[in-house]
Design a protein around this ligand. Structure first.
Ligand code: PBG
Length: 332
């Protein structure tokens, strides 16, 4: 028997796309400046704004300029800023002691921001790479990145950041057991209300190249990070890592990089329903900003599309170097 064929399409999806107002009404996801965490690079000096060639439009800022940037971000409606220090090579050592120096760049910038704009949330990064003569996130002994001794150092680093006033601590090191160790140390030291945003599903990615230039780790790094960061081929492992970190006391979890890993974001959000963030990393930024500058794509439109897609994939927020630029467009 022939199926009955109506003289018109049974469903006209195009009706709901006929005008901007209609499209706005049926839109499933929204993007606002409140979705952003803005990663910034801090360096020493005063009045310094130093361009990073592999990240066109991004600068390393001295603390006074970071404070100005935080004020601007606050006025744009961005709730959080994330600090990454560019450490003077002379301060990189085997024991990484600069990582928990109460007066290191990250802690100095945290205090300055909390002083000038108390409402701005400050997130800090826990990992030894900016301070390590070997460029790795953990201590290197006989060519091996050691886990448990690194975790002890990371705990000291996290406590120094909490003491400086960090609201959110972001362990990006991928050592095992660090979330539990940091959570119990924070509890013991009176920092019950400091959040841990764990870089739980962090892949050994080639998209981090420009970041390593930005923090001055490219030259220092010996070998790769594959014994602690994840294999890009894996997905179930990400869920096991997230389950582990939530059980150890993480408040929020991250998938990193972002755009090539949206399937992971969706699985994580569906499985745990926890506050889920993606990091649109330096290499993703460089591709969009670089192609935009060359006129090969419409940079603004590609930027906004890429950010909306994180929301569609289930992310509650995005760490992105585009935060101020995107917020300016969203506010207009
Ligand atoms: C290091 C760290 C990295 C990034 C954030 N924290 C680089 C790495 O793991 O080598 C990458 C961020 C980016 O590429 O934008 N602990």
């Amino acid at each position: 028997m022939q199926p009955v064929q109506a003289p018109f399409p049974a469903t006209r999806f195009r009706r709901a796309r006929k005008s901007q107002a209609m499209r706005d009404l049926v839109r499933e996801n929204t993007l606002t400046p409140a979705d952003f965490i803005w990663p910034v690079f801090v360096r020493d000096g005063e009045g310094v704004s130093e361009p990073i060639p592999s990240m066109p439009g991004v600068n390393r800022l001295s603390v006074d300029n970071i404070v100005k940037a935080a004020k601007e971000a606050h006025s744009l409606g961005i709730p959080a800023i994330c600090l990454f220090p560019y450490t003077d090579p002379a301060k990189k050592t085997k024991d990484c002691a600069e990582a928990w120096n109460p007066d290191n760049l990250s802690n100095t910038a945290t205090r300055a921001i909390k002083d000038a704009v108390p409402e701005m949330l400050v997130m800090t990064d826990v990992a030894l790479d900016p301070y390590n003569i070997d460029g790795h996130d953990g201590f290197v002994e006989d060519g091996v990145i050691v886990n448990d001794r690194t975790v002890e150092a990371l705990v000291k680093q996290a406590l120094s950041q909490a003491d400086a006033g960090a609201d959110i601590i972001g362990p990006s090191d991928m050592m095992d057991g660090r979330i539990g160790a940091m959570r119990s140390a924070l509890e013991a030291e009176g920092h019950q209300n400091v959040l841990l945003l764990s870089y739980s599903a962090k892949y050994a990615s080639s998209f981090y190249g420009p970041f390593r230039d930005a923090v001055g780790a490219s030259g220092a790094l010996k070998g790769d990070k594959k014994t602690y960061q994840m294999d890009p081929a894996n997905s179930d492992e990400a869920l096991r890592l997230i389950a582990r970190d939530l059980a150890e006391g993480a408040d929020m979890v991250m998938v990193k990089p972002g755009m090539p890993y949206l399937d992971i974001c969706r699985r994580v959000k569906d499985t745990f329903g926890a506050p889920t963030y993606a990091y649109q990393v330096s290499g993703e930024y460089a591709m969009i900003a670089g192609a935009g500058q060359n006129g090969w794509v419409d940079g603004e439109k590609v930027m906004m599309e890429s950010l909306m897609c994180f929301k569609r994939a289930g992310c509650d927020g995005i760490l992105t170097y585009f935060a101020p630029e995107a917020s300016r467009l969203l506010n207009n």
